[in-house]
Write a protein that binds this ligand. Sequence first.
Ligand SMILES: CC(C)(COP(=O)(O)OP(=O)(O)OC[C@H]1O[C@@H](n2cnc3c(N)ncnc32)[C@H](O)[C@@H]1OP(=O)(O)O)[C@@H](O)C(=O)NCCC(=O)NCCS
Length: 221
Amino acid sequence: MMDQDRWMELKAWTSDPLLEPVDDGVLARLYDGSSILLRPVHPGDKMRIEEGLSSLSPQSIYYRFGRQLRRLTDRDLTYFTEVDQDQHIAWGAVDPDDPAEAGLGIARMIRESRDSQRAEIALTVIDSYHGLGLGTMLLATLHALAKKCNIETLRACVMRENHAVVAWFQRLGARPVEMDCQVILDWDLADSACRTDSAQRLMELSRQIQRLPSVHAYWRR
Ligand SMILES: CC(C)(COP(=O)(O)OP(=O)(O)OC[C@H]1O[C@@H](n2cnc3c(N)ncnc32)[C@H](O)[C@@H]1OP(=O)(O)O)[C@@H](O)C(=O)NCCC(=O)NCCS
């Protein structure tokens, strides 16, 4: 995550992300005014994910995978990209002006068992994009899709030292349980009791995403 002062400065600049449906996903604006394209992950994203890994700091790699990793195996890449978008849902973010380039961020949600209403989520944003609202946008996308596919609880398994992410999920209303080197955060999507600014902002974003025609089309495909 980026330096706190820089992040506050950028966030103050605009906290009103602009969402626009496009054929293959959603165009969104980040806190610094840059645009990103959010879209479902597909098998052609293998190279993008590999390049994305090389744009992560050792700390981000550790926070995401729980260990250091130089490259992903063919098996990992198949698992990350050849998803059914039902039991395993994955969306990613790319630069709309350069969609062939490396991925900027990725989010996945995997049901715990067939048709389970609880799904484990994982989020990754490349370090040069940290603090610009992309993680929020990806999480709002997962939240919107979860609402549409009968998932009631999102579970994040976060490394204990990853205090910023643990605190973020708690601001959203997730309940933390410490387990060995991780904090397990369960976020009940039906629970609307959480009134923090973070939760309200994310819900509003999710509602907007749920209404977008491209998300409907994706869902009904
Ligand atoms: C976690 C991650 C995806 C967040 O992505 P991001 O684009 O930086 O997230 P955002 O800019 O949308 O910020 C998300 C929240 O983090 C908080 N945050 C961002 N930068 C911060 C900082 N430097 N210090 C404290 N909090 C910070 C923001 O306050 C925001 O919370 P809010 O909505 O309550 O204000 C990204 O940091 C990442 O990829 N980290 C490495 C992998 C990882 O930790 N994954 C999570 C476990 S699966």
